[in-house]
Design a protein around this ligand. Structure first.
Ligand code: IPM
Ligand code: MN
Length: 365
């Protein structure tokens, strides 16, 4: 297997966590005899500073010519005053649109060792294992018209979906549910919004192609509550773009830290992989960032873009073992401090590499 991976590490803690993920991927590639070619390009605030645009042409071309793209994080206080279409985040949105992936897979799962880090009671989260399928290229993020008219003192965005956009993401949700708990919960606001009525009607139609999967609908407001009161009731949660953005962050409390969670965007020309967390400028450069979300994102690269399931599982197992052994990063250091050892970003990366290496019985490098 030969994989050409473009790494766009971006801003804040992006480069620190991307480094650890890439080191793990290199180790796995060497150990299992696969060729991994890594290229790095700029995106986000750093690209604004050096190239005057959050997505330089050079980066875009390299992304389109690669087999997969790994993004660290974008954004930071320095660029907060910019309007939405020139901010670091705009670079990421342009990249998502160009690569064409419309199904953003975001897991939220309970981890036994981290139960103490969740504000939810252990008996509520125990065994919770949710996969969000967030539509990523439509809805309010991309709908036209959009404008802030400073003269009239009005601003508007448009939540728009076509039948086809809903069909294609719904199919992915049902296909994934077939391989998991065979249940899809579709989230909308069909009691108020026409766009949600279309969403609900189309998802209901798609469900008839998957008789072995149960479909239920939830309104987004009550879903926000249900995810906290009974997270174990959910398997695959299918949402439009903004609802998925909000609910997936909320559901990170099930895991205990946003820093633990990976994501993969599939369905387009090139898959895009990003940890769910942001650029966390307040802790950037201090060695405090949790690289595990990025490392688990690396596992998704192997699974979805390289067909290396055993290697992906090795990374996931290594992360679990490192936590079982009591290693934590600062964001996870809650509870009885004598039970664990707090590591820096690079130390945590090294622990994972050593464990992966033992699992694949290969030398550490
Ligand atoms: C995310 C982020 C992005 C989004 C931002 C950075 C554009 O919050 O990936 O969840 O809103 O999609
Ligand atoms: Mn978000």
């Amino acid at each position: 297997m030969k994989l050409k991976l473009l790494v766009v590490a971006g801003d804040g803690i992006g480069p620190e966590v991307a480094n650890e993920a890439v080191s793990v991927l290199r180790l796995v590639a060497n150990a299992s005899g696969h060729e991994l070619k890594i290229e790095e390009k700029r995106i986000g605030g750093i690209a604004i500073d050096t190239d005057g645009t959050p997505l330089p042409e050079d980066t875009l071309n390299a992304a389109l010519a690669s087999d997969a793209v790994f993004l660290g994080a974008v954004g930071g206080n320095k660029w907060n005053a910019l309007p939405p279409n020139t901010r670091p985040e705009a670079g990421l949105l342009q990249l998502r649109a160009a690569l064409g992936g419309f199904a953003n897979l975001r897991p939220a799962f309970a981890i036994k060792e981290l139960a103490v880090n969740s504000p939810l009671r252990t008996e509520v989260i125990e065994g919770a294992d949710i996969l969000f399928v967030r539509e990523l290229l439509g809805g309010l993020y991309f709908g036209q018209p959009r404008e802030w008219n400073k003269i009239s003192g009005e601003a508007w965005n448009t939540m728009r979906y076509t039948n086809e956009e809903v069909v294609r993401v719904a199919r992915i949700a049902f296909q994934l549910a077939q391989k998991r708990g065979k249940k899809v919960t579709s989230v909308d606001k069909a009691n108020v919004l026409e766009v949600s009525q279309l969403w609900r009607a189309v998802v209901t139609e798609v469900a008839t192609e998957f008789p072995d999967v149960t479909l239920e609908h939830q309104l987004v407001d009550s879903m926000a509550m249900l995810l906290m009161t009974s997270p174990r009731n959910y398997d695959v949660v299918l949402t439009e773009n903004l609802f998925g953005d909000i609910l997936s962050d909320e559901s990170a409390v099930i895991t205990g830290s946003l820093g633990m969670l990976p994501s993969a965007t599939i369905g387009g020309a090139v898959n895009l992989y990003e940890p769910i967390h942001g650029s966390a400028p307040d802790i950037a450069g201090k060695g405090l960032a949790n690289p595990l979300g990025a490392i688990l994102t690396g596992a998704l690269v192997l699974r979805h873009s390289a067909g290396l399931e055993a290697e992906a599982v090795a990374i996931e197992t290594a992360v679990r073992k490192v936590l079982e052994a009591g290693f934590r990063t600062a964001d996870l250091a809650r509870g009885n401090t004598s039970d664990f050892k707090v590591l820096s970003t690079t130390e945590m990366g090294k622990q994972v590499r050593e464990t992966v290496s033992t699992l694949l019985s290969a030398p550490v490098n």
